[in-house]
Design a protein around this ligand. Sequence first.
Ligand SMILES: *Cc1c(COP(=O)(O)O)cnc(C)c1O
Length: 505
Amino acid sequence: MIVGHGIDAQMISHVADVAKRRPSFIDVILTPAELAVYNARKGKHQKEFLAGRFSIKEAYSKAIGTGIGTQARWQDIEVLPNEAGQPVMVKHPKQGEVNVHISISHTGDMVHSSVILETATSKITAPHQLDVIDQAVISTRRPAWIEVSASAIAHNITAVRHLTGTKRFIAIVKANAYGHGLTQVVLAAQKANVDGFGVATIDEAIWLREFGIDLPIFILGVTPATYAADLVKYQLIPVVTSEAWLDELINNMPQGKRLDVSIGVDTGMGRIGIRQKDELVRVVAQIIAHQQLSLKGIGMHFATADQKDTAYYQKQLQNWHDLVDDLTLPADVWYHMANSATTLWHEQPTLDTVRVGAAMYGFNPSGDELATDKLIAALSLKAALVHVKQVAAGTSVSYGATYTTSQPEWIGTLPIGYADGYARQLQGMYGLLPDGRRVEIIGRIAMDQLMVRLPEALPVGTVITLIGQAGQETITLEMLANRLGTIPYEAATSLAPRLPRKLVK
Ligand SMILES: *Cc1c(COP(=O)(O)O)cnc(C)c1O
């Protein structure tokens, strides 16, 4: 937005005369860097340079609306030629607040200048600040969106609580809440009285704190111990995965500050955590003895809880008992072992705390290896028709012209594509009309758009459900995952940040 405009005109010979009569004038008007350029120029060019600087600084002071004086002093404004010889305002009083566009031109004995001030489109001026704003643009004005049901999330949390009898529920909201939308899910889960949150990274954890979450926040992945100060500042709970990591954390702890930690025990997942009894015993002792540390939790992760065969599950459980049972731990430690699959299909290894993601979102963590009827899917993916047309037989549709109509057809275009996480391999899948009728996706799915075959002329704006329920029909994340040869976790987390997430009832 333009917030200021100033113009000015000066007679070059007049400015030169003043400079000749009063040499100090030059030192008043020009900054030392400008003076150096001035001194390097000769004759007419020198006079033009001086008059140009005088004029452009006048124009600037008019653009900010004050005139040359306290708000804009001659020495606070600097205009130097760039490599191409074009004048550039390298210094001015409103730097950082506004972008400045300048022009200086000479005709005959006149110099004309103009300054336009524009509010800066970005407050980011230094490259190291870029990651702060380096996030996807959420396309809220395009009719393609995700709906997340708060009542489904609440239902699923209650279902898991009843099924397990767990004392505490940690809601796992890593990776933008499994693609469902962190803000939306956190609001819903908080309302459903969860006892804590779990995330993958320290950045996700900090985001939650800054969002206003006061509950315990467990970081499930390894946090570089060099970020101890941030862990302390935001009171986050890192996982202790080795004695070496704990030593490093202690070395990095800010003086006089306390921190809760949770121990990760590797009983067979083979990812992170302590595997040896002696190391575990030393780590526990060190945490308990350390004045600044408190042991908040201890946990493990099952690798096969979503499979019919329970042999490996039993082996992991036995390892846990061997490693942990005879440790003496503080009375208020949270024991957290169960992921979704454990809560749904196993006798509970502990009634203390569960760490649940998939089941809270209402998708089946096993894909379809094991059944559950306890959950309600929280996520819907919808888009509205933006273009509808009837085409003649023999008309090809989309890239590669892979689909050709065999009869006259009504074709609708949806403003969603593979860049939104609706994978290209879903060509041939279908969406649902509001009454539940299926509309097949025809032709290749493009980056931002796809086409469906309509049963009849339908109005632009008709909502098509790509995941979720319409009429008596439902398309599940599991169905898409099966088609893609992957798991519902990946199908959900592939949904792009570009899609707005709406929290619905
Ligand atoms: C992701 C994750 C969970 C949650 O798993 P779900 O199957 O979604 O319930 C629990 N614990 C750890 C360590 C995890 O990484």
